[in-house]
Design a protein around this ligand. Structure first.
Ligand code: ME8
Length: 633
């Protein structure tokens, strides 16, 4: 029997439109689903929307419509995003679906009958952003750190789930199954949380305060707490309790979330499942945040990047590639359109796009526009080995949820293939008819390599993979899976090669994309006033540049080692204005407490200050010798 695979995304709140954070999780889930289908596993992929609770009721009220009307509208936006991003979900769930309401009530009754729900009174600080009561430890400076809002003290009679009863079981389960919550940093975070006694979970809201929810099966006056409702979607989607799908897919359930919702998924959900007599899910896969200007993207901060804008501007596969390549799964990443364009130009237009276009152009020219017939015994080995290495790396990256490494491995293979062209110089061989056999063999090997690259790219960049396969004359009956890579019959001699337009046109970087600077402007565009306390939060230091080197493949970035009393790596966008050598020894100004950010794969721990001149940038320095590491006031 073939293996099965079940992948879920969070179901998104319908209080705001999708942004790249949502798009990222859904795209990662899609890559996983496509990969597992490709390796022959029976796959089920679910995404959807979370539609009950205070947040939605509040947003609907503001918009002057009913919660249902509001939910219908925003849920439709999330649903429409799926085909736009080539998402191959098998099911789209809404928590307002009748089947879901029925399942939630069924599970509540089961947990109630097991004696795990009681009626009591509770007073605590409630964050409407998190839709949950916060513990004292979670409140920082009187506010919820996630939403920057003061939680509200609420005291009322409610139903409680005996979560505390399952604390020991959960700790043991997490410790016995080291991959249950991954990567490791999030397992440790969950275990750290479980070091304190677990409080019982308030799972109801009185209808007198909130009506927009699922009525409790055992008390008409209460609706279900939104998290208790939402988490259950993962089993509703499989037809729990009776569905055949539940039997097949629940034992292999993989949840995918960002770190914001680790607690409900890592603590509430497993204990709920345990109480309801359902086995725990297999893995909780947790990724970091896409930040914008170093803070989490959120509607309230107004730093949202809309996925469809980027897709429309640069193309879907470029967008998918950038998100998957630039985020190390588990860590935060800072979104910058400039870094996006750099990747598009270097990895996609230069490395991949050029490889495909020159290979097809040469193959059309030297092989009469068809896949050539060759003597199988003479098949070359360099590219075949490189393909097998890439396959092994890709497989291990999928096992370990390190998708960026899979892309690095595919690009290593692309680069080996580009090198093969340079070393073999088909254009020189083509000048002498005596080289015909050798040239044909080289072109054949290159076409096989293009096929392998296309197959490896299929989960990540499905449209690009399809375009490459079409150009090398592979028809739909071609068995497109990892096992077919390098196989002798993977190309059909005589198939017509089709030269198409370039896969990724280069984007001009003349216009500075990320730093809109105001020059020669009669009105100075000042930012809003801040008080001294806010300014004092910025830790400015004197730093001495110890080493400087260009960041590979980047025309703008330089990696610096700077001494500010301790050694720091800082990546600065000044390569157009300074050579690395002229920077060494300079005393500069550093923002020392900026959150680390990754630029072209290099982690940067701070930022240097610079300003515009008529012809580029100038780095801020001093007119008297400053003390290294000194504070700037
Ligand atoms: O929490 N970076 O819904 P939600 C990366 N309804 N991913 C991000 C992100 C960012 N800046 N912002 C959002 C909810 N996400 C609940 C879930 S599940 C039973 C209920 C992604 O609309 C990421 O996957 O706030 C995160 O966990 C999720 O959207 C939160 O979506």
């Amino acid at each position: 029997m073939s293996k099965s695979y079940y992948i879920t995304t969070p179901i998104y709140y319908v209080n705001a439109s999708p942004h790249i954070g949502h798009a990222y999780t859904t795209i990662v889930a899609d890559v996983l689903a496509r990969y597992h289908r490709m390796i022959g596993e029976k796959t089920f992929f679910v995404t959807g929307t979370d539609e009950h609770g205070d947040k939605i009721a509040e947003a609907a009220q503001k918009a002057g419509v009913t919660p249902q009307e509001y939910a219908d509208k925003i849920s439709a936006q999330f649903r429409a995003l799926c085909p736009e991003l080539a998402i191959t979900n098998d099911y789209f769930i809404r928590t307002t679906d009748a089947s879901h309401i029925e399942t939630v009530r069924y599970i509540l009754q089961k947990v109630y009958d097991a004696g795990d729900i009681y009626f009591g009174s509770y007073g605590g600080y409630y964050c409407f952003g998190c839709e949950r009561f916060l513990t004292e430890k979670e409140i920082v400076d009187g506010k919820c750190p996630e939403h920057g809002r003061e939680p509200k003290y609420i005291e009322e009679k409610n139903y409680f789930f005996k979560m505390s009863k399952y604390q020991k079981w959960l700790i043991d389960h997490i410790k016995d199954n080291l991959e249950f919550i991954r990567p490791e940093r999030y397992r440790n975070e969950a275990l750290a949380f479980l070091r304190d006694p677990l409080e019982d979970l308030c799972i109801s809201r009185p209808k007198s305060r909130l009506e927009w929810g699922i009525t409790l099966p055992f008390d008409e006056n209460y609706v279900t707490y939104v998290w208790f409702d939402a988490l259950i979607n993962y089993v509703t989607a499989l037809g729990y309790p009776d569905g055949e799908k539940f039997k097949t897919f629940w034992p292999v359930a993989e949840h995918l979330i960002a770190k914001d919702i680790l607690k409900p998924h890592g603590i509430y959900w497993p204990t709920m499942l345990k109480s309801a007599g359902i086995e725990p899910y297999q893995h909780l896969n947790v990724h970091g945040y896409w930040n914008s200007d170093q803070s989490k993207m959120s509607k309230s901060l107004g730093n949202i990047v809309r996925p469809l804008d980027l897709k429309d501007k640069y193309g879907l596969d470029a967008f998918r590639y950038f998100l998957l390549r630039d985020m190390v799964f588990g860590l935060d990443s800072n979104f910058s359109e400039e870094a996006f364009v750099q990747r598009l130009n270097s990895d996609l237009a230069n490395d991949l796009g050029n490889l495909v276009s020159r290979t097809i152009t040469m193959a059309v020219k030297y092989c009469d526009g068809k896949v050539p017939q060759i003597d199988r015994k003479k098949r070359d080995s360099v590219l075949y080995d490189a393909a097998l290495n890439a396959v092994a790396e890709v497989k291990s990256s999928f096992r370990g949820m390190t998708l960026h490494k899979a892309l690095i491995a595919i690009w290593d293979f692309i680069n080996v293939t580009n090198k093969y062209i340079v070393e073999n110089e088909p254009w020189t061989l083509g000048k002498d008819p005596a080289n015909k056999e050798k040239l044909t063999l080289i072109m054949y090997n290159l076409l096989v390599a293009l096929r392998s690259i296309a197959i490896l790219l299929m989960p990540f960049m499905p449209q690009t993979a399809e375009k490459i396969l079409r150009q090398i004359g592979a028809d739909q009956s071609d068995k497109r899976d990892l096992a077919s890579i390098n196989k002798e019959d993977s190309l059909t001699a005589g198939s017509l090669l089709i030269r198409e337009e370039s896969l990724f046109p280069r984007i001009s970087q003349e216009k500075d994309l990320s730093h809109a600077s105001v020059k020669n402007n009669s009105v100075i565009n000042l930012k809003p006033e801040i008080d001294y306390a806010e300014f004092a939060k910025v830790d400015l230091r004197v730093g001495e540049i110890l080493t400087a080197e260009a960041v590979p493949k980047s025309s703008k970035l330089i990696k610096l080692k700077v001494d500010i009393g301790e050694e720091r790596t800082i990546v600065a966008g000044i390569a157009k204005d300074y050579t690395p050598t002229e920077l060494i020894g300079k005393k500069i100004v550093i923002v020392a407490n900026l959150k680390p950010a990754k630029l072209m794969g290099v982690e940067s721990y701070g930022m240097l200050l610079a300003s515009d001149t008529e012809n580029g940038l100038t780095v801020l320095t001093f007119d008297r010798e400053p003390k290294k590491g000194a504070k700037i006031r």
